[in-house]
Design a protein around this ligand. Structure first.
Ligand SMILES: NC(=O)c1ccc[n+]([C@@H]2O[C@H](COP(=O)([O-])OP(=O)(O)OC[C@H]3O[C@@H](n4cnc5c(N)ncnc54)[C@H](OP(=O)(O)O)[C@@H]3O)[C@@H](O)[C@H]2O)c1
Length: 232
């Protein structure tokens, strides 16, 4: 990824704490869209000052198509898109609020559609591209109480496969998806305690898997759905 222009969404989140350092260490030029200044400060603690100063942080809401289009235009080109943005809410279906359902789809599936659409245009124009999206174990093994999350992440997997099919005729443009189980993030430790944390997948391990899929070496890996489950 040396010298590649990388759009790394969600790079300041819990998973980003493992993925961003892995991408930076490979010599990429990284742009991270963010909203929360506190999350940027938290990421800063994980990086050397020179690594941190090399990241371009742009305040962008990734549910806003015009803002995404502008962001990508300002980048000049996108060689690699790593789309970590996503999230979940819980609830039994019969009590589940339609607004929350739409929010999960917007956060997981709509943002993936929008950033992939605009990044892919740039990739096709420049003849090179790597797209790595983030699904979830729940996308392929759905759980009760997480219907909207599992359904929207299944959509992310299907969308990634569809993109991989669409770009099959381009020599050097690929799209693949990773499926994390529970990630060992500060938020999960806060919510569930640390007793089972040794079973969870480390953000750094996902960083390595993602960086492989985003690398030049993975040019023949297309439409993969890679489980990265730790011990779960
Ligand atoms: N955590 C897990 O156990 C787990 C398990 C399976 C899959 N995953 C998936 O892994 C990915 C990362 O999860 P995570 O734990 O790192 O989540 P997280 O800590 O909540 O981080 C989410 C990131 O997305 C950004 N973001 C959210 N909405 C945005 C928007 N509208 N515009 C721009 N940025 C936005 C956040 O930035 P701001 O803070 O600035 O808003 C943050 O950097 C998600 O796709 C998640 O579904 C997570």
């Amino acid at each position: 990824m040396e010298g590649k222009q990388v759009l790394l969404t969600g790079g300041t989140g819990g998973l980003g704490l493992g993925v961003t350092p892995a991408v930076i260490k490979r010599g990429a030029k990284v742009t991270i869209p963010y909203r929360s200044e506190n999350a940027v400060e938290r990421l800063k603690q994980k990086l050397s000052s020179s690594e941190f100063e090399n990241i371009r942080f742009v305040n962008v809401d990734l549910t806003n198509e015009n803002a995404i289009s502008q962001l990508i235009e300002d980048m000049g080109r996108v060689d690699v898109l790593i789309h970590l943005v996503g999230g979940f809410s819980m609830g039994q279906l019969i009590d589940y609020n339609y607004e929350d359902w739409k929010k999960d789809f917007q956060l997981n599936l709509d943002t993936t559609f929008l950033v992939c659409k605009h990044s892919l245009r740039s990739m096709i124009n420049h003849g090179y591209g790597r797209i790595v999206t983030v699904g979830s174990k729940g996308a392929v093994q759905p759980m009760g109480g997480l219907a909207s999350y599992c359904a929207s992440k299944a959509g992310v997997v299907a969308l990634t496969h569809a993109i991989a099919e669409e770009v099959k005729d381009y020599d050097n443009i690929t799209a693949n998806c990773v499926l994390p189980s529970i990630i060992d993030t500060p938020t999960n430790r806060e919510a569930m305690g640390s007793d089972q944390a040794d079973q969870w997948v480390k953000p750094e391990s996902l960083g390595e898997a993602i960086c492989y899929l985003a690398s030049e070496a993975a040019r023949e890996v297309r439409g993969a759905t890679l489980p990265v489950y730790g011990k779960l």
